[in-house]
Design a protein around this ligand. Structure first.
Ligand code: HEC
Length: 394
């Protein structure tokens, strides 16, 4: 497809995805906060378990939560589901636009695994669907009543999937597929778990029957799982900006570590909403983040003192061959009509001013050339590393 058309499709769908995603997660954060701040005092009206007052946007709001349900259901009852459905629909559409329309660019990296594009697409979709079925089974097993163990099994499962996918896909695509799989579990929870349980509840009440508390409990568990998925998924959705993570040799482990840290942070807020303020979790999480950055820092390329310094002209020679098919005022790569991110390497001045980026992407993380489409060699990478060090010595 014409890259100009895909760029606009990408823009429109990504924008929608972001907006509906904010609406979904925003509402979910809000209800979490609400739950934690309800004042459960004496003298509330019949059946009311807690209430609170808030001021926002120049108006006063008075919210009440019922222990079970009001004696009579209101005529208009607001549900929150379309935010979730549209986030999933737009997300899968975006996945197709970016990764499946031209699998050779962002999905497949021949230096990782030389598989045909259609096979990559089938594997990707297989993991997204398979992830849901595995999770759904697990959430219906007795394990779900042991939250700590359940979390551990989920984290381990996610890590294994990340490990497998990083051996098959371009690492950025591997990351996004883990995110799409978790996001599918979240949307699936809304569609197959939470909504049916709410519909049952409302149905039972309107028939004047006492609802089975087990159904409500299952819905609540799904909702709690979504709560813990949120932060890891949000990181994965922005991970493509961070080659130091997906470009690392142990990228799957970094993903697992970031997920674990963010689940800890989520846990802190959940505990606080239940009145337990375990503040030490936050500095611990910050420490864990810095430690992760520290241990995963790329090794410095050692300048071989016996070797000739590498001149900018030499480096430019390599870059013209391997990079300017895309990074040029007039790219020749069929997938790009304009230089990616506006970064061009047509002149020596341009490569000097972009030297840190070139070093980071082509040497330290090897996340460029994209999917190594232009077949850059290890030797060329180390020459660029030497050039970067030579530059630094002037
Ligand atoms: C097949 C096309 C293609 C080739 C070849 C390619 N790149 Fe890229 N490059 C991209 C795309 C697309 C992006 C934006 C996405 C990203 O940041 O990963 C990008 C982003 C970058 C960035 C980050 C720019 C910024 O500031 O946001 C750098 C640096 C970079 N490339 C360097 C290189 C170097 C060095 C080479 C050659 C060794 C190279 N690229 C070869 C497609 C390519």
């Amino acid at each position: 497809m014409d890259p100009y058309v895909t760029e606009w499709l990408n823009l429109i769908v990504r924008w929608i995805h972001l907006i509906v995603g904010i609406a979904w997660i925003g509402a979910s954060f809000y209800f979490n906060w609400l739950e934690g701040h309800l004042e459960k005092k004496a003298g509330l009206s019949e059946g009311v378990a807690g209430e609170l007052w808030a001021v926002h946007g120049g108006g006063f709001y008075h919210v009440q939560k019922y222990a079970v349900a009001p004696a009579q259901l209101p005529e208009t009852l607001h549900w929150f589901k379309w935010e979730a459905y549209w986030t999933w629909i737009s997300g899968i559409t975006l996945l197709c636009i970016v990764y499946y329309l031209s699998p050779g660019v962002y999905l497949i990296d021949k230096s990782v695994a030389d598989i045909p594009g259609w096979a990559g697409i089938l594997i990707g979709l297989g993991f997204i669907a398979g992830g849901w079925f595995a999770y759904d089974r697990l959430a219906k097993s007795p394990l779900v009543d042991k939250p700590g163990l359940f979390l551990l099994v989920m984290l381990l499962g996610m890590t294994i999937v990340a490990l497998i996918l990083t051996q098959i896909f371009n690492p950025r695509a591997a990351y996004i597929h883990v995110g799409a799989m978790l996001g599918t579990m979240m949307a699936g929870n809304v569609f197959f778990g939470i909504m049916p349980s709410q519909r049952y509840l409302v149905g039972a009440l309107s028939r004047g029957e006492a609802p089975d508390p087990e159904v409500g409990k299952r819905g609540f568990q799904r909702s709690l799982h979504n709560n813990y998925f949120t932060l890891p998924v949000l990181f994965i959705m922005i991970s493509n900006h961070y080659p130091a993570t997906f470009g690392h040799a142990a990228n799957w482990l970094i993903l697992a570590a970031l997920a674990a840290i963010s689940i800890g942070v989520r846990h802190y807020f959940n505990l606080r909403n239940r009145g337990r303020d375990m503040r030490w979790i936050l500095p611990l999480a910050a420490l864990a983040m810095f430690s992760l950055a520290w241990v995963s820092a790329p090794a410095k390329v050692e300048l071989d003192s016996s070797a000739e310094p590498v001149s900018t002209a030499q480096a430019h020679g390599i870059i013209v061959q391997r990079c300017t098919t895309c990074h040029s005022a007039s790219p020749t790569d069929a997938a790009f009509k304009t230089a990616p991110n506006g970064v061009m390497f047509d002149t020596e001045d341009q490569i000097i001013s972009n030297a840190p980026g070139i070093y980071a992407r082509a040497v330290a993380t090897e996340s460029m050339p994209l999917g190594n489409l232009t077949g850059m060699t290890t030797e060329e990478r180390s020459l660029l590393g030497q050039w970067y060090q030579t530059l630094g010595q002037h």
